[in-house]
Design a protein around this ligand. Structure first.
Ligand SMILES: Cc1ncc(COP(=O)(O)O)c(C=O)c1O
Length: 366
């Protein structure tokens, strides 16, 4: 949130849930009940793969064995798990270009050579992927097929199938990160890549966007043969993930509150997404953007005639804050790329923010 001095700033920086998206009263109620019932378990050391009832619940929801479910303290830390288990220093990892900035940083931090495969409006460019595969196949390909962070793109079924096929041909593992998958506001659900090829896909997800990020609960669905390596890594890293918030999440899900909450979230976010699309159409002439069907993000690419770097550096002058677009590209492109999260802003703030962005753009024409 803006600090006191900058109260009027509109922050297009973080992909946070809206304040009213977090079902606080139900969380408090679930906490009281589960702490009373299960306190002796939840405040003691536990199993290295996480709170068993929650693992069982997740396994049931996704139709996998409980042994394939690993809970983590948020999903962010799984990047280091995956990297440490499958990628040696100097080996290659593919990401979509653009991709989630923190994932790129995490992969670089473990010493991976990160190659970006250009993203189009229906997923990565398959020809570019094939070309890169012939040159230097990766150990893993990290993709965000549903309402991608940062672009908003959803990968088509055809491209999901082709990526799955290529992973078999070239022997790489797919890391499918889908924290926004349940926040679909329009269109038809597309099967996850894990559903297409369960043997080669580690599916990553999280309660951060559908319940609460502060609870820090992420989870992995792991192919059966790889699961023991992950569980051992978890044990050797932190003994086990935190139990009290996993207990609350379990109680919440067990009471049947999650699906109604997801429907409630859709009714909060759809008007925000539409407000942003409308504001872009009305104000940002000459820019390109993708119309997402869900999630938290729209992204735009400013025309080449505009100096995006200057806008990013000076955007506070215009009353907005933007994330540096270059962070989303492993090779430092992205000067004119702007990620616009709509989740935490009201429709009014979105409209005003896009008007300010348009003013900044006009000011920094090259
Ligand atoms: C694509 C993606 N993956 C992972 C994360 C991390 O989520 P978590 O809160 O579960 O650590 C985020 C958070 O914004 C995200 O956008």
């Amino acid at each position: 949130m803006a600090d006191a001095e900058n109260q009027d700033l509109i922050l297009f920086t973080r992909g946070n849930p809206a304040e009213e998206a977090i079902p606080l009263a139900d969380i408090v109620d679930c906490a009281r009940d589960i702490f009373q019932r299960e306190g002796k378990v939840l405040f003691q050391y536990g199993h290295y793969s996480g709170y068993r009832p929650l693992r069982e619940w997740i396994a049931g929801r996704f139709g996998v064995k409980m042994e394939q479910v690993l809970i983590g303290n948020g999903s962010m830390e799984f990047f280091t798990f995956v990297g440490s288990l499958f990628v040696k220093w100097g080996e290659t990892v593919y990401v979509e270009s653009p991709s989630y900035d923190r994932a790129i940083t995490a992969m670089k931090r473990i010493g991976a050579k990160v190659a970006g495969i250009p993203l189009e409006k229906d997923g990565v460019n398959i020809e570019a992927l094939k070309k890169e595969l012939k040159k230097s196949p990766p150990k893993i390909f990290y993709i965000i097929p549903d309402f991608q962070n940062p672009s908003g793109v959803t990968t088509s079924l055809e491209k999901r199938k082709e990526i799955a096929r290529l992973s078999e041909e070239y022997g790489f593992l797919i890391i499918e990160d889908s924290p926004y998958r349940y926040l679909r506001y329009r269109g038809k659900e597309v099967p996850s890549v894990r559903e297409i090829l369960p043997a080669r896909v580690v599916h990553m997800s999280s309660f951060s966007k559908i319940l609460s990020p502060g609870m820090r609960i992420g989870f992995l669905l792991i192919p059966e043969d790889l699961a023991p390596r992950f569980h051992k890594w978890s044990e050797d890293t932190y003994i086990h993930p935190a139990l009290p918030t996993a207990g609350i999440a379990y109680e919440y899900c067990h009471r049947g509150l999650l699906n109604p909450n997801i429907e409630r979230l859709k009714s909060i976010y759809l008007p925000r997404m539409d407000a942003m699309l409308r504001a872009l159409r009305e104000n940002l002439v000459g820019a390109e953007w993708i119309e997402p069907e869900g999630g938290y993000f729209i992204s735009t690419k400013l025309p080449e005639s505009i100096n995006g770097r200057e806008i990013w550096k000076n955007c506070r002058k215009f009353g907005i804050v933007l994330t540096d677009g270059k962070g989303f590209f492993p090779d430092g492109q992205g000067e004119n790329f702007i990620r616009l999260p709509f989740s935490a802003l009201t429709p009014g703030e979105i409209e005003e923010g896009i008007r300010r962005l348009a003013k900044a753009v006009d000011d920094y024409r090259k």
